[in-house]
Design a protein around this ligand. Structure first.
Ligand code: BGC
Length: 278
């Protein structure tokens, strides 16, 4: 269960009524919270996962509770054939796609000289090539269908889930940081290319969000203390923080937002070391 904290979730506003969304890597962490929030906001949702079907089915169950259509689809986003099949199955089953949240991503950390080519390529292929393939297939359908004014002012929305590490260098994570730097330029380039067709491409750059990908950074007292030094706002992020941002960014409330990265990071990108130094 995703825990909701603070004010009512923005998804209760039904900002995405009647839209069809695909969320990759939606069986855990940020993807899971986002898929549930999109469903709660009225969208039909495809829950992509690569392994662990039961966890994806649990997300589907939770989304069903919001009265929208949803199903789980297994696909490795770095495999072209699987991505092509996933999007075409979605068009068959739900009729079209309006929103892609390209979220699937992973880390395989090592100092540069110890990093294997396999780990370099794995991270680049999922985090960067995977987003490219999913976006390319979604955009083909956006373009075929065009704008349906009763549904949205845009012909389609792509949200790339990036990271603060698209601009913050990260020792020991050269593959991951490079993949997210790549996502930033991919997103802007696609946004520039596709805006004339009323396709909005944007990114969300999460900071430290409490999910399985960074468990080592928050699951002991010492780790939490060190992590909080990097977060001016004084708390570790919750997946719901990103999910709320995704709902608003995908909705027509942000119809004029094109090619932007929304940092949702508690101020991690504000160079907190300079608050007292420099
Ligand atoms: C990484 C996390 C990290 C966070 C802040 C994210 O993109 O996946 O492991 O905690 O950035 O450094």
């Amino acid at each position: 269960m995703t825990t909701l904290q603070g004010p009512p979730a923005v998804s209760d506003l039904k900002l995405l009524q009647g839209q069809k969304a695909l969320v990759t890597g939606a069986n855990s962490g940020i993807g899971k919270a986002t898929a549930i929030a999109l469903g709660r906001a009225g969208a039909d949702v495809v829950v992509n996962y690569v392994s662990d079907r039961p966890s994806a089915e649990a997300v589907v169950k939770e989304i069903e509770g919001h009265g929208v259509r949803t199903y789980a689809h297994q696909a490795d986003v770095s495999r072209e054939d699987q991505v092509v099949d996933m999007v075409s199955a979605m068009v068959d089953r739900l009729g079209t796609i309006d929103i892609l949240v390209a979220n699937a991503g992973l880390q395989r950390d090592a100092p540069t000289v110890e990093m294997t080519l396999a780990d370099w390529e794995k991270v680049l292929s999922v985090n960067l090539t995977g987003q490219f393939l999913c976006a390319r297939e979604a955009v083909k359908e956006f373009r075929r269908r065009g704008v349906v004014p009763e549904v949205s002012r845009a012909a389609g929305k792509v949200i790339c889930v990036s990271s603060v590490h698209q601009i913050i260098p990260w020792a020991g994570h050269v593959n991951y940081a490079s993949s997210k730097g790549g996502v930033a330029m991919m997103m802007q380039t696609m946004a520039q290319e596709l805006a004339p067709e009323k396709i909005r491409v944007n990114a969300i750059a999460p900071g430290a969000i409490r999910t399985p990908i960074n468990r080592d950074a928050w699951d002991t007292e010492d780790a939490r203390t060190a992590l909080l030094e990097l977060i001016p706002y004084g708390r570790i992020g919750d997946p719901q923080d990103i999910a709320n941002a995704a709902v608003v960014l995908a909705s027509d409330l942000c119809d004029y937002v094109v090619g932007t990265t929304l940092y949702v990071d508690g101020g991690m990108t504000l160079f907190p070391g300079f608050a007292t130094g420099g």
